[in-house]
Write a protein that binds this ligand. Structure first.
Ligand code: MG
Ligand code: MG
Ligand code: MG
Length: 307
């Protein structure tokens, strides 16, 4: 039944897009006809990477048919996946996130490691299969690592990510720091995005004990600049809350230069963050020093506090 579809999570980031493309490349080496697709708009950081390495963006899809063969990269939680994922045939998963609520009917190839990026894992897959790394694919994997680890500054970054990134930079023929800063900076250009786009740019949905919540994050070089739009942002967040029936929406504005985040917390469970981070909300906001990672710092504390 047609091509295997490869995709990352909804509201795709650079890792989700680049890893899908690299995975398509890997699939070609074993003659399995596959197509990288995406579940949302390409953000500016990803666009920068694709332009730099001269790679076409994948086609966008909204949902899949029952029985469609798929490969998931950079996610496994069905709430973050394509509409119809419950009825798909999941062949493979390459991921670096917690495993939650994942279930298949058939056996599958599941590769997960607690590293900083799916790109890191795909480099290892190259090595395991004795494949030479193509310079363009190297550029994409490198971009994904830089993005996910905020140029190695996130607590999610491991030594392996750093070693592999160096290797990839050599193959892609770029200077990690120069290219890395340009890439991250491209992603902080938020001016022509609406508030609705801002809160959806990198939002992920979670659920625990019937409590539905979303944690969204944006990168910036000036938290203050983003906060000038707080009122409009709150309006959009509250809209999202009522539309989706959420109990909590946490919007993290992350300063990628100083590695801190300011969060805006709304919803009937907004106060959960006070307990989770030991900080009082003022004007619906709290400043979290040294917090930059949703996966390692925001999500676990919030998840733990919900009971
Ligand atoms: Mg991701
Ligand atoms: Mg990732
Ligand atoms: Mg991310």
């Amino acid at each position: 039944m047609g091509k295997i579809l490869i995709f990352g999570h909804k509201n795709p980031d650079t890792d989700s897009i680049c890893s899908s493309i690299v995975m398509q490349y890997l699939q070609e080496t074993i003659n399995e006809e596959s197509e990288a697709v995406r579940l949302g708009k390409i953000n500016k950081e990803t666009e920068y990477a694709l332009n730099y390495f001269n790679v076409e963006k994948p086609r966008m899809i909204e949902s899949i048919e029952e029985g469609q063969e798929v490969i998931l990269v950079d996610h496994n939680e069905f709430a973050q996946s394509v509409n119809g994922i419950e009825k798909a045939k999941i062949l493979k998963v390459f991921d670096h996130h917690r495993i939650d609520d994942f279930k298949t009917e058939q056996p599958l190839f599941y590769y997960s490691e607690p590293v900083g990026c799916t790109g890191t894992i795909l480099y290892k897959i190259h090595k395991m299969n004795n494949l030479e790394v193509n310079p363009t694919m190297a550029g994409l994997m490198l971009s994904a690592i830089i993005s996910d680890t905020l140029l190695f500054k996130s607590p999610t970054c491991t030594e392996i990510d750093k070693i592999i990134a160096k290797e990839l930079a050599k193959i892609a023929n770029v200077d990690i720091n120069t290219y890395g800063l340009e890439l991250l900076k491209a992603g902080t250009d938020l001016d022509d995005l609406s508030e609705k786009e801002l809160i959806n740019l990198d939002a992920k949905e979670f659920e625990k004990n019937g409590i539905k919540y979303e944690i969204a994050q944006i990168n910036t070089v000036s938290i203050e600049d983003v906060l000038k739009r707080q009122e409009e942002l709150e309006q959009e967040i509250n809209d999202e809350i009522s539309k989706k029936g959420l109990d909590l929406f946490v919007f993290a504005i992350t300063d990628i230069l100083n590695s801190n985040s300011e969060i805006i917390s709304l919803g009937n469970k907004a106060k959960i963050v006070e307990k989770a981070f030991g900080k009082e909300l003022k004007d619906n906001r709290a400043f979290l020093e040294g917090v930059v990672s949703r996966k390692k710092q925001l999500l676990p504390e919030i998840d733990k506090t919900i009971d």
